[in-house]
Write a protein that binds this ligand. Sequence first.
Ligand code: NAD
Length: 587
Amino acid sequence: MTVLRGARERWVRTGGVELGVAELGDPGRPTVVLVHGYPDSKEVWSEVATRLADRFHVVLYDVRGHGRSTAPQPLRGGFTLEKLTDDFLAVVDAVSPGRPVHLVGHDWGSVQSWEFVTVKRTEGRIASFTSISGPSLDHFGHWIDKRLRRPTPRRVGQLLGQGAKSWYVYLLHTPVLPERAWRGPLGKAWPRILERVERTPRGDGYPTGSLPRDAAHGAWLYRDNVRARLRRPRADAYAHAPVQLITPLGDVFLSDRLYDELERWAPQLTRRSLPARHWVPRTRPDQLAAWIGEFVTGVEDGRGAPAAGNGPYAERFGGQLVLVTGAGSGIGRASAYAFAEAGARVIAVDRDAEAAGRTAEMARLLGAPAAWAETVDVSDEQQMEKLAERVTAEHGVVDVLVNNAGIGMSGSFFDTTTEDWRKVLDVNLWGVVHGCRLFGKRMAERGQGGHIVNVASAAAYQPSRVLAAYSTSKAGVLMLSECLRAELAGEGIGVSAICPGLVNTNITATARFAGVGAEEELRLQKRVAKLYGWRNYPPEKVADAVLRAVVRNEAVVAVTPEARGARVLARVAPRVLRGLARVRPPV
Ligand code: NAD
């Protein structure tokens, strides 16, 4: 069974081999050439290719010795980057004789495409290059060289880190053994290994039956090139076309440090990253097709590569799907805006429909490629279930979830009614539980990682005689986050708890004060609002801490100096905090 339905197939003869080429879409449209990696055949691209075929002329070919392409004889010396470049040129001459092509490579497809895009003889034949999980061997060679010449502890750490991730490369250099393994037990077990380790979807005709032969031949890609190039990298390996670099954050084979100095080699560089493991063409075809499509269209229109958002977090969040609860005001709104500025797609959830709508509208103006508003009460399990179903069906699995919606509640324990308790726990704790359960489960099922941020409070670890209900709810959120972080670590899903101190938001105007009449409550709300206004810590700073927590995968982040101070005291001098807890607040 072929997984490339509707493809037109042809053969291209070059350098003693015949290459199996498949085409989809209108040949009059811009041509996108997809190059597969190791141990794969062109079918690894089937899901991406079909998604691109309505807008582009999509071309895939089996690298020599793989899939339907014949193998060079002898094998040794038959897979050099020079020969692979000959093959690429022969294919593009056949499929797009008069017009440069947009090149996309994954894994070894990207490694060889770096060669294509940096050698003189392909100049004018490549309009753009999207590189996924496969560095240039020349750039890699210089990267190693620099670290060996001037070894600081950090650089040695980076070398050792990448060295450990490259274990399979050493194995592939051993004679005969890899071939035996692939044609024997490894070849048989590989589809299951991919499903289990990489979480690729099962039963869609991938990998194809040619896998053991492809993998055995492909060992020569490594043997013919890696040692030679790493030892003597080309000094002029500059890209002569715009490059889009897509980095899966959970790639077990490549360290993202490899690309630190890439701007030097590829001055027109667009960087993007996504929560995913190595086999993104199988696991994230929607996201890849969207980014390839945008990039190719931008280059074709002469607008250049589209910016992946603005600011320091654009590379990390551009294009990702982010859901924020309580996004109609304060910290939630500021977080939604910060993700929007970084180029993320934002879902603004709030029980206040108008406020959520305004946030979504502003998010689009700030740079979100798309933003939607959802009116949901986070404490209502059924509403949250429907939200999760709707979001998954319409936009896919959420990459970052921010459980932020919360309400304030103050007053003595005996004045706090059961109804008050229920309300604050329902929103502040159950709302977070529903969010984690419904969206976190889908994240875990997707198997490609992601991040959950729960907005707790300094009150989670700082007791107070007037905040029993609120602090209990927030302590619950903090502990839930810690437990979940432990449970989801193996899934590549990070969980962070954010603990702000006093932040100038609307929460003071809506907070409940137990045990007082309506008039007194209003007076207290105004006084607290004044205090928070006087403190004047902006929600934008908390939003920044939210994004940073995701980037650095931080467990607990205390925001505002008083929250940080209290956290230190909770550890080193809890008695001091207990003493402070007895003090009646000034309002
Ligand atoms: P805010 O009142 O400005 O914003 C909260 C938003 O959540 C509002 O838009 C509100 O409509 C929404 N919301 C409330 N209940 C909801 C529900 N059941 N379903 C959906 N949406 C709901 O408050 P904020 O200060 O931005 O608070 C955000 C989070 O930060 C809360 O969890 C709060 O406890 C926490 N926090 C705030 C401070 C602070 O000083 N402002 C300090 C520590 C923690």
